[in-house]
Design a protein around this ligand. Sequence first.
Ligand SMILES: [Mg+2]
Length: 326
Amino acid sequence: MSRLDEIGEFGLIDRIAKVTPGAANVVEGIGDDCAVVRVGDRVVLLSCDLSVEDVHFRRRYASPEDIGWKAAASAVSDIAAMGGRPLFLLVALACPKQTSVDFLEGIYKGIQSVARQFHIAVVGGDTTRSLDHIALDVTVVGEPVNERWMLRSGAKAGDVLVVTGPLGLSSAGHRALDRGEAVPIALANAHLRPMPRIAEGQWLSAQAGVHAMMDISDGLLQDAAHISKRSNVGVDIKRTMQVCTTELRTYCDAQGLSCLDFCLAGGEDYELLFAVEQEKVLAIFTGFAATFGRDLHTVGVCTNEFNALRLDGCEPLVKGFDHFRS
Ligand SMILES: [Mg+2]
């Protein structure tokens, strides 16, 4: 009998998928950023995201508004990953009975800030008692735009792997906040107030040549490995990628740390990772910069020379975040 810390988060998801077969109206079941289902003649995107005190956030440095924002933003980011439009949120909360009501109201204000920004309605949920920690689960309901939804599968050998923004800031911010250091604002913001890339995801899903997409929640290497597995293609991430910001480099230099490690393995950046065919790269980079005033960044290539995730052609030593492995 295997234990959870032996099989890991993704071993568990594989086991769950085996005991929960889909149904005829399920277009895409367990294993992507969202489930894709048919309701009548419409396609609906569904996802949920769970945040647990002292696992995902600490009250010591996260305000209740931060906690609510991040819980909602990370759920909504899975709709961005499909190139979809978020419509509704349901919020389930477990908390100890002595929790301050103002604190809890602050959490819902944070959730509502995300809802307001992306024109989403919070329509229900549940509340219950926990023994000592706060747990917050946000379910998001959305729909595809452009009559197309982006999956992790679909990447092809020869595709270029691209991200919508810099990486590593959130995990460096987490480290600094957790250690009680003076935290550069860009790092703290990246960790406490991540921004779901909704408009970017919709724009990318409308571009010909974009074959696969997901959001980066567990770190570039780990998430790129999902594209490799689901697309049945090799993925080679390049150390020469330029995804490190000045703020991250300054922090890492001062701490004697490698900013590349944060960019490769740090989670919770919630930028989008996508595979696009070589011939479309220039047009998409130019169009994206003109539309959003920010640059895309190449991080690697898809290949049929091997069928796994590699870093400059070698098996990477670090991968990324797994909730159940220590
Ligand atoms: Mg995701």
